[in-house]
Design a binder for this molecule. Structure first.
Ligand SMILES: [Zn+2]
Length: 360
């Protein structure tokens, strides 16, 4: 399996480099039907000045401003840069002519208002930012940020030890403790997966709150460092950036009963309509993998007035793509332009049409 994975990776690399460096990208782009490529990131790390969010976030949650700007420049020269909503409206009209690229960022981080918005304005481009409503409404953050903050101040081993002492959820503790004793590589990431998928949510949140306080943390200050305010969101909207829904608390929707899913999605939508003066049309499933949402999530998103929803599965979108399962390409500091370009020009889609999927 490992060999198969490495081979796939090598083929993906070689193929993308070939397209990118020989100019074949432009040829494939002309041959393939027009498409909407959606890029998906979180934070933008400013080239200069302070970045309060940075001290505890995992590396895969940010992209340097300079790197993002080089992407915007490259895509802007070859494709039309649009918001997700405008891109989907063009899919609905059959999408002819130039292909489209939409830049999207999830959750509503403060640097999106301070760094991303001016960057997009400089390039006369639009984009979409998906907002979790609770951090903006109540200045409270979801459990994952508390976990990142705690880990930046203690070791994973200490964290698991304290979790075991404080939590009634001994099954989550044993799963994490097992990982510690095995000396698992990438321990932080694996602990996050246990907390995300296996731990009892209420008990997890209670223990994380206790540990945050124990280490001298202040949730409001943490939220101020991470998330934008509604005023900043309104300013982004005025500069032509689309704002989309992303629930209230960023839960795994598929783990909730259908009425709880509806509540998460609808209250988020209502907050946005109230604060921004207009309903949001585009939605992003929190976490975004296909096992993180289900048909109830789709129904709830439709009922709340959203006309499309994006996932975190790789690929490009055409008029035939399910509007509630739109694909996106993740961008962070490790993102490579030749791989993104090979997708955006339809290069990987060409291979998928002959049954070869190199992108996941
Ligand atoms: Zn998110």
């Amino acid at each position: 399996m490992a060999f198969k994975h490495k081979l796939k990776r090598a083929l993906r690399e070689g193929y993308a480099r070939l397209l990118f460096h020989t100019g074949l990208c432009a040829l494939v782009d002309k041959l393939m039907p027009p498409r909407l490529t959606i890029l998906a990131g979180h934070c933008v790390r400013p080239a200069s000045g302070e970045w309060p969010a940075g001290e505890h976030l995992p590396a895969d949650m940010s992209i340097a401003e300079g790197k993002l700007e080089s992407f915007v420049r490259w895509f802007g020269a070859r494709f039309e840069l649009v918001s997700v909503g405008a891109g989907v409206a063009r899919l609905d009209q059959g999408l002819r002519g130039k292909s489209l690229v939409a830049l999207s960022m999830d959750d509503g981080y403060r640097d999106n208002a301070r760094v991303l918005a001016p960057l997009l304005v400089r390039h006369k481009a639009s984009g979409t930012v998906f907002l979790e409503s609770r951090p903006l409404d109540e200045r409270k953050v979801n459990w994952a940020h508390k976990f990142f903050w705690i880990l930046a101040r203690s070791s994973p081993e200490e964290f698991v030890h304290r979790f075991g002492e404080l939590s009634k959820d001994q099954s989550a503790f044993h799963a994490m403790n097992q990982m510690v004793s095995e000396g698992r590589a990438d321990l932080r990431y694996h602990l996050k997966l246990v907390l995300k998928y296996d731990a009892q949510p209420a008990e997890r949140d209670r223990v994380l709150d206790a540990l945050l306080v124990e280490l001298g943390g202040d949730e409001r200050a943490l939220c101020e460092a991470l998330y934008m305010s509604w005023d900043e969101a309104r300013a982004m909207a005025r500069s032509g950036i689309e704002l989309g829904g992303h629930t209230v608390n960023h839960p795994i929707l598929s783990k909730l009963a259908s009425h709880e899913q509806a509540r998460e999605i609808d209250l988020g939508a209502k907050s946005m309509a109230r604060e921004l003066g207009a309903p949001a049309r585009t939605f992003a499933y929190p976490w975004g993998r296909r096992w993180d949402f289900d048909q109830n999530s789709v129904a709830a998103a439709r009922a709340s007035g959203f006309s499309c929803a994006v996932t975190m599965h790789a690929g490009v979108n055409t008029p035939k793509t399910d509007r509630f399962a739109l694909k996106r390409l993740a961008i962070d500091d490790s993102a490579q332009l030749h791989l993104l370009a090979a997708e955006a020009c339809g290069g990987f889609e060409l291979l998928r049409r002959v049954g070869i999927n190199l992108s996941e």
